[in-house]
Design a protein around this ligand. Structure first.
Ligand SMILES: [Fe+2]
Ligand SMILES: [Fe+2]
Length: 425
């Protein structure tokens, strides 16, 4: 009946919500760029499904628009939340990829089988898509798990034990299924749990040239941003290095998930996904020029400016950092798109044009949610400009820590890349 259906969809919403928060929070800890980029996309897909579930619950319970909390599903959601405390990257990948995601896919499939296509048609449409997406996500995780298995043999048995324990707990609470849940929660944390903390240093893909500052103009204002091939390359390097923004998006999504309303999660999931597309634009552009990843600088400085210079409020710093860089760079973008057009580089032009539209949306997210956060903290909501200024100072302070050796190595790397790009162009 209508009320029971709403109850079940509410459970699926909370499970999807928990899953996406955990995935977002792990983005900085996972090194392979491919995983960072796709995890951001999965987070966004989950947020879209969760949002559709939530809206459907409201429709079925009209006129009530109250979501309450997990209610009878508290034990189930607590099991889902556990993966955030995974002891290692392989343990996280294995438990999400082989326990939680298949549980969600199976639950959606059972729902579609058990429910009425006519009476509940609107749910059928978005859950059919959700099953397809979950199937794709599971395949993605299987590939990553295979790669992790070959690299980290010692943590593998721990990851397997962790996943087995999680599976037992999921079974004990009755699974996600369409049956009514048990509200029994196995006591204590599972063996091996490691309380989640925000990574201070983001993990970097070893295929790239590792550095803190990814282009000489960051540490040397006299170094030209350039034009022609130099500008095309610089812009692709910027896009690739938006890896930091994907990580920041994931961290802030999870850090403020229980403080801000659902719309925050929904907006920041999209934000994180958009940044992953910008990062991928740079990656694909550089690969299309046939540049070897080992020549390409992949830095950490913006993320670390928010986590190492001032550790008092890392999530707020990361949000402020996104807002600072987006509002700082946005004005250059239409002009650069025009220049790329004049070079006949339609790929760079196209990327920059779409990037501009995304960043305009993000600037509004930044302003809105910084204001709401400040208000919740009892501070003046109009002081969001001060957060932006503070982040500018944090970055400047961090940039000043660049050593002469680091700067000269970076200039050598940039010249090498530029020469390779000229040769291959
Ligand atoms: Fe971006
Ligand atoms: Fe952005």
């Amino acid at each position: 009946m209508r009320w029971d259906t709403a109850q079940l969809l509410k459970r699926l919403f909370f499970a999807e919500r928990s899953l996406l928060i955990s995935q977002a929070s792990w983005i900085p800890a996972i090194a392979p760029l491919d995983i960072k980029i796709n995890l951001a996309r999965y987070v966004w897909q989950s947020a879209e499904t969760a949002n559709a579930l939530r809206e459907r619950v409201f429709e079925l319970r009209f006129p009530s628009r109250m979501m309450e909390d997990e209610g009878n599903d508290r034990a189930l959601i607590a099991v889902f939340d556990t993966v955030r405390d995974s002891p290692s990257v392989p343990a996280f990948l294995l438990s999400v990829g082989t326990a939680l995601l298949p549980a969600m896919r199976d639950a959606y499939q059972s729902y579609l089988k058990a429910s009425d296509l006519i009476a509940d048609g609107p749910t059928h449409r978005f859950l059919t898509l959700a099953v397809q997406e979950k199937t794709e996500q599971i395949s993605g995780f299987e590939l990553w798990i295979e790669a992790a298995r070959s690299r980290n043999s010692d943590v593998w048995s721990q990851a397997a034990a962790w996943t087995e324990e999680l599976g037992k707990r999921l079974f004990a609470v009755g699974g996600v299924g369409v049956e009514s849940p048990a509200s029994f929660l196995p006591p204590g944390r599972p063996l091996g749990a490691k309380p989640y903390s925000i990574p201070v240093h983001p993990a970097r893909d070893g295929r790239f040239w590792p550095c803190r500052f990814y282009w000489p103009d960051i540490v040397d204002p006299s170094y030209p941003y350039g034009e022609g091939i130099q500008l095309q390359l610089r812009s692709a390097i910027s896009h690739l290095n938006e890896a930091w923004a994907v990580e920041a998006g994931g961290v802030i999504l999870s850090a403020f998930a229980d403080i801000l309303p659902w719309e925050w999660i929904y907006n920041s999931a999209r934000w994180t996904y958009d940044e992953s597309r910008h990062c991928r634009m740079g990656y694909e552009r550089l690969m299309a020029w046939k540049l070897d990843p080992s020549w390409i600088p992949l830095g950490t400085y913006i993320y670390e400016s928010a986590t190492t210079v001032d550790e008092s409020d890392i999530p707020l710093n990361l949000l402020g950092m996104l807002f600072f860089f987006e509002t700082k760079n946005i004005r250059h973008k239409p002009e650069r798109a025009r220049l790329f057009h004049s070079y006949g580089d339609s790929l760079s032009e196209h990327d920059m044009d779409f990037d501009w539209a995304d960043e305009t949306l993000h600037a509004s997210y930044g302003k809105r949610w910084l204001k709401e956060l400040l208000a919740i903290r009892g501070q003046d909501p109009t002081a969001y400009e001060e957060v932006r200024k503070k982040c500018e100072h944090l970055v400047n302070d961090y940039v000043r820590t660049a050593t002469p050796a680091e700067i000269s190595a970076l200039k050598t790397a940039a010249e090498l890349l530029l020469n390779k790009a000229r040769q291959l162009h």
